[in-house]
Design a protein around this ligand. Sequence first.
Ligand SMILES: [Fe+2]
Ligand SMILES: [Fe+2]
Length: 278
Amino acid sequence: MAHMRWHLEDMDFSRIDTARLRDRDDLFLLVCSASFIESGSSIYTRNLVDYFADDAEISEWLIDHWEPEELQHGRALKAYVQHVWPEFNWDCAYADLVAEYAKLCTADALEPTRGQEMVARCIVEMGTTTYYQALNAVCDEPVLRDLTWRIRTDEVQHYKHFYHYFLQYQQQENLHRLQVIAVLWHRVAELRQSDADIALRHAVAWRFRDSKQPPTFDAMSKQVYALIRPEYPMQLAVRMALKPLQLNASLQRRAERPLAAIARLLLLNERFNIGSSR
Ligand SMILES: [Fe+2]
Ligand SMILES: [Fe+2]
């Protein structure tokens, strides 16, 4: 049985101040899309476990720790959604999403070498760490704050594990910096569009299924990003993304600020363009 830092049973959902949240479409969408992505972890895990099948240490960690923790994130967030918004048909919305998501999670989506795949996993865990940190900062409901911080802490630990395995494979494979940069480049670029976008799209579609005048996806997505953007820990994101490059400390420090500023601008621009691009 996997050892976990916390258990779903530790959470007391009866303490949730439901009335304060029921009308918050933006928070619903943020929590719900996260619950979808986390619950979908098992689809991705099979490929990943197969890829590392003959590495006993890594596959054991993936199966006994990483996957159960990701799935627990999914169950806890789902339980939260169902507690505050019981009318939302989570199971049907999720089934709908899985049909689309499963097509994207093929073995082809893995990186060409194991070391590079570990860089990709670091970027994914960076994405979740920063997401939950931002969500934690924008919600003022105590149970959700508690839950998002627990999950955030798990994601940091996942990052550390993947980073540690990256160092092992980097040596074995003699990975050079350009190969690491190549992975960083396309993983960071696709981070926002792919999984998160599909999850948000389904959450919006199912949330407003029976409304006479449902808001557009663009409008909802703008509202959600407007809430989260000011709290997004961009400097932490940049620091975690740069770490696999193993720059010396002073170079990394000097690179962090300008890169964070550029990333912030890009994020801002992207959201402003969303209306015209879809
Ligand atoms: Fe997670
Ligand atoms: Fe994770």
